[in-house]
Ligand binder design. Sequence first.
Ligand SMILES: O=C(O)CCC(=O)C(=O)O
Ligand SMILES: [Fe+2]
Length: 356
Amino acid sequence: MHNHRSTTVPPTRAATGGTGPAGPCRPHDVYVLSEDESRLLDGIAVEVSTAYDTVEDPRFIADARLFAQRLPLGLRRWIEQVRLSADLGSFRIRGHRLRDADLPPTPPDFEREPARPALAPEVCLVLFGVLLGDVFGWETQQAGRLVHDIVPSEQEQKSQTSASSAVELGWHTEDAFHPYRADYLGLACVRNPDRVPTTLAELRSLELSERTRSVLSQPRFHQRPDTSHSPTGSDDVGAWSDPPLARVLSGMAGSRSLCVDADFTVVADDEDMEAEAALEELKREIESRLGDLVLEPGDYLFLDNQRCVHGRRPFRARFDGTDRWLKRVSVTRDLRRMAEAGVTATKRTARAVLAS
Ligand SMILES: O=C(O)CCC(=O)C(=O)O
Ligand SMILES: [Fe+2]
């Protein structure tokens, strides 16, 4: 059992556990906000939404870490512990008391224009995110927005994108194909009336043979771009059809990071049976460890994108403004690394296709 809670955080506030099925998956550590702490969050969110146009306002992004320094001390200390933990793959903040009546209807597709004034859960998601690193977006996703809407869209029901609903969203590393994919993915739950589970499997829970770890640690695979990025706007179509050789596991005995997508990771050479068998063993192991986690309004889930894979169970969407709605941010631990993808402190949208 992994318990990353400090003895100085009152045990009633921070607890370890999950709502997923009992079994091998222990998906997250949890910090439960008190009523006072929840109110403090609301106070900061009101201040932010009054002072800045929207959550996308570059002035807000530049100032976000300053506001984050005013978050409750116990929460900041806990985030610092999870940030530095040896192998924790996901963690959750709970208990932000959101009033559904204060929130707009679930949009039918991602919002073309960010909410004005900004919504408390999206403000808080950014503030929590910047305690882990820097937020960024993609030129090829949701109009370059930094805070994404995860909502079921009628056109995308059966796609393998976050806008799907009728089909299971297969487990994946977020943006597995990209060298500068997020270190963390943050999800804020605005509403989830049908209790649709997010799925999770952590790297530390996987039991793999030494041989399999070794094969998966070699560049014998391709990470194909997933369908959530559209290459339109890019003139380097070749980069999408000819992905570089890639590893699935990294670090000593493959224990530092995992990068795999159930649908888009493939063996580079059709005749490489050993790599095929290793990938199959990994997929079976992930399937057997995959747990369910139901996000509730006011929950914030952070996924360490190097230490876990995630997905979502299928559900029946209504498309009437009451559907499940999450907000999402991507966080990198080092923004400077992303210069090659066109990212700077003031231009946070990354190019999906790198110039060769
Ligand atoms: O909807 C969810 O629970 C997760 C969707 C997902 O994979 C994502 O937002 O990256
Ligand atoms: Fe995802």
